[in-house]
Design a protein around this ligand. Structure first.
Ligand SMILES: NCc1[nH]cc(CCC(=O)O)c1CC(=O)O
Length: 345
């Protein structure tokens, strides 16, 4: 192990790319490794690190789809800090919103399609599934938005990796499951998709479809790896994640957020929309806002501002712990016009 003698990147012939062991994780890591070889002209080697999340899946107690505690990233960060790997590749949506001392997020490569998809029996869409159909998901965000469609679907909690979840449909255990399109795209299983969900009905998780490349903050490699960064994607996910971080301070309800880059009159703009729902989907607060796509500070500001508007509209009262959510209280300061709505779904 050469971790104790800091070397400059050009001294390293082979960069060690840390990844979780799942098929999705290693596929993503190999994609980033290919970019590293191409852009930096160095060799790469994948180093598989077993995370707490993987261990518990192997032991038969898989974690929920959207663990918020970073169980999938801790071991990779430890390996970075210990000098066992040079860079780590994560699904960005699995990263906790708070930073880790000594670890830098150095690049966000171009994003995959961030939408959620349905994999259903007989190629059915959600609208074609009869009331009472079992739709599997372990994500409170997906469950709340499924309930909000008002189709009478029976949302059942399932866990496990992408393969396991698709297998539940093929085995007849569920009529359908909802997954991130990006995951299926990366492992070459888009042919399983029966419907791509419009973000108007199913807003993805903040950061969904994007990858995060991390390395040690004090490693000279950090500067070199910025060539992997896609500034538009980076700004978009920063806006989404800042909204998430701000909302996490004031509420524990399911959250969806998506920022798109669109061409405005005076150049590219970031258009951010977000939703906070009660767990059972009967109540939702939704809002959107846009800002010129300039720097990361502007993107973060957009996210924080939108989150604050959602909190002002009562998002903090959509208590995920409450089985019978109540209407958010009136807010005299809230504007009456705009794209916010508090509704019974
Ligand atoms: N929570 C697990 C996870 N983390 C990232 C992805 C998919 C790839 C991505 O969103 O970038 C998935 C699977 C899923 O949600 O279906």
């Amino acid at each position: 192990m050469t971790g104790t003698s800091p070397s400059v990147a050009t001294d390293r012939r082979t960069l060690r790319v840390g990844t979780r062991r799942s098929l999705l994780a290693t596929t993503q890591a190999e994609q980033v490794a290919a970019m590293v070889r191409d852009r930096l002209g160095v060799d790469t080697e994948l180093v598989e690190v077993t995370t707490e999340g993987d261990r518990s899946q192997a032991a038969g107690t898989p974690l929920p789809e959207s663990p918020t505690t970073g169980v999938f990233v801790g071991a990779l960060r430890q390996a970075l800090l210990a000098g066992e790997i040079d860079l780590a590749v994560h699904s960005l949506k699995d990263l906790p919103t708070y930073p880790e001392t000594g670890i830098a997020l150095v690049a966000v490569p171009p994003r995959e399609d961030p939408r959620d998809v349905v994999v259903a029996r007989d190629g059915l869409t959600l609208g074609e599934l009869p009331a009472g159909s079992k739709v599997g998901t372990g994500s409170p965000r997906r469950a709340a938005q499924l309930h909000a469609l008002g189709l009478g679907l029976d949302v059942v909690a399932i866990r496990g990796n992408v393969d396991t979840r698709i297998a539940k449909v093929r085995a007849g255990e569920c009529d359908a499951v909802v997954l991130a399109r990006a995951g299926l795209a990366r492992i070459g299983r888009l042919d399983e998709v029966s419907e791509v969900l419009d973000p108007l009905q199913m807003l993805p998780a903040p950061g969904q479809g994007a990858l995060a490349v991390e390395c040690r903050a004090d490693d000279p490699l950090a500067d070199l790896l910025t060539v992997l960064d896609d500034p538009a994607t980076h700004a978009a996910v920063l806006a989404e994640r800042t909204a998430l971080a701000t909302l996490e301070g004031g509420c524990s309800a399911p959250i969806g957020a998506l920022a798109d880059v669109a061409e405005g009159e005076d150049g590219p703009e970031l258009w951010l929309r977000a939703v906070v729902l009660s767990t059972d989907g009967t109540l939702a607060v939704r809002r959107s806002a846009s800002a010129p796509l300039t720097d990361t500070a502007a993107a973060a500001h957009l996210g924080a501002q939108l989150a604050q508007e959602l909190l002002d509209e009562g998002a903090g009262q959509l208590d995920s712990a409450s089985p019978t959510p109540h209407h958010p209280g009136p807010n005299p300061a809230a504007p009456t016009a705009g794209s916010t709505e508090v509704h019974n779904a």
